[in-house]
Ligand binder design. Structure first.
Ligand code: AMP
Ligand code: MG
Length: 429
């Protein structure tokens, strides 16, 4: 658990991995809730899902056509068709016709139950039945092809059998999983609940988008980028607003987040005169570290906020908007996924050929904003703009973060780098 440094700050910079493991050590999966499957996209199952039914429930047709006995159409061709009497028409939702006798057929639609005694379905295209010439019950249909047992018949239980474990606890739910659960007739499922993530911007100069901009002010971009990233990670963002750079203002705002599972602040964590998030945190809890060997994102505070008996993890992201988003990726997204019960898989990393140099003068891990594209089946990464931590437009043009290791003073253009992919734009890949 977190050690109590009181108000004393540990001045040393720690590595990204150490920072991440210290952060993740205080998080656990949240409580389990049974909720409407419509709300569960991206959540993690907290139960095995077991089917009580066969899917499909009955043998049914995979085509629009004629249900037949395969032995009745042996050697049938268009020049030597077999004639079968049509005894019924069956649509999806109807009960199965009972029972097909020799030289009989049932006109059948996709999804409709196959009659007892039928062994195959011949599609309309291979019969004398078409839209111009629709054949009615008690008439004859000509079959132009032979067939084998089971052809175009979807067997009961082919997809799922009754009693089968269809999904395991721990599965992250995607739309296909949700469709599968619905197909079993289940409207609710047990998942780990979503974390409530409080987001606080700090800074005297910060104002809300939509307000007019007074001299010296800038708009709050961090709260919005962080809120979107929280949502994308699976959490519920709760925007606390903007605190002034004074102890009381920050403390008062943090007092509003007692119900939160996680607090993310931005700015006020470096070494300036007004960087007092750390002070507020150490007075109201504990600080574990406040400096990470990475660029951007070096000033990054982590600790526990004490609210009566409850301790709420707090990550104090840097103020610069690029730093805030890059550091969110490394530390906050994994923490949110852990609370959601997820196996912690990092964003996919690919190897790419760098188009530009990355200089690393002070031995930190650089996450350079880069655009990855494919040329002649090889990934290339171009820096997406000026690499200062305030240049949000370069972050917005990036689809990945090219990683320059701590011990590498220079990665040269033409060298291979690892790129952590933030997005996979389909127009490129
Ligand atoms: P600080 O960490 O307070 O020194 O802030 C570093 C830089 O980030 C300063 O230029 C701030 O103006 C800027 N900044 C701080 N908070 C925000 C925010 N919420 N949105 C956009 N920029 C911010
Ligand atoms: Mg500030």
């Amino acid at each position: 658990m977190i050690s109590n440094h009181g108000t004393g700050h540990n001045e040393s910079m720690i590595d990204v991995e150490e920072a991440l493991s210290k952060i993740l050590a205080v998080f656990t999966p949240l409580s389990i809730k049974e909720i409407d499957i419509l709300e569960t996209n991206g959540m993690v199952l907290a139960q095995d899902v077991i089917s009580q039914i066969n899917i499909p429930p009955l043998d049914n047709s995979a085509m629009d056509g004629y249900a037949i006995k395969h032995e009745d159409v042996n050697n049938a061709t268009s020049t030597n068709p077999k004639r079968l009497r049509v005894v019924a028409t069956t649509a999806a939702g109807d009960l199965p016709y009972s029972t097909l006798l020799n030289n009989e057929s049932v006109r059948i639609m996709t999804g409709a139950p196959v009659p007892k005694g039928a062994t195959a379905v011949v599609p309309f295209e291979d019969t004398s039945d078409n839209f111009k010439n629709k054949i009615s019950t008690n008439e004859e249909v000509q079959i132009y092809t032979d067939s084998i047992i089971g052809q175009n018949v979807r067997k009961a239980g082919q997809d799922v059998t009754s009693g089968e474990t269809v999904l395991k606890s721990g599965t992250k739910l995607h739309p296909s999983h949700i469709a599968l659960i619905a197909s079993l007739g289940k409207a609710t499922v047990k998942v780990f609940r979503r974390p409530e993530v409080a987001i606080l911007a700090t800074g005297n100069e910060i104002t809300k988008p939509g307000n007019s901009l007074d001299k010296g002010q800038i708009y709050d971009s961090n709260s919005y980028g962080i809120a979107a990233a929280v949502k994308e990670s699976g959490g519920n963002p709760l925007i606390l607003g903007i605190a002034k750079d004074d102890f009381k203002s920050i403390e008062a705002k943090l007092n509003m987040c007692k119900e939160a599972d996680f607090v993310i602040t931005s700015a006020g964590v470096s070494k300036g005169d007004f960087d007092i998030v750390k002070d507020v945190l150490s007075k109201n809890g504990t600080i574990e570290f406040h400096s990470v060997r990475m660029k951007p994102g070096k000033p990054l505070a982590f600790g526990l906020l004490q609210h009566n008996d409850k301790q709420i993890p707090l990550v104090g992201l840097p103020g610069n908007p690029v730093s805030a988003l890059v550091a969110f990726e490394q530390f906050c997204r994994p923490a949110i996924r852990l609370m959601l019960g997820n196996e912690l898989k990092p964003r996919a990393t690919i190897k790419a050929i760098l188009d530009d140099d990355i200089r690393n003068p002070d031995g930190r891990r650089i996450y350079a904003r880069a655009f990855v594209y494919k040329k002649d089946d090889v990934y290339h990464a171009s820096l997406s703009g000026v690499q200062s931590s305030n240049i949000l437009s370069a972050m917005a043009k990036a689809n990945g973060l090219a990683i320059c290791p701590e011990n590498k003073p220079l990665v040269k253009s033409g060298e291979e780098v690892a790129v952590m992919m933030l997005y996979w734009p389909s127009e490129v890949f």
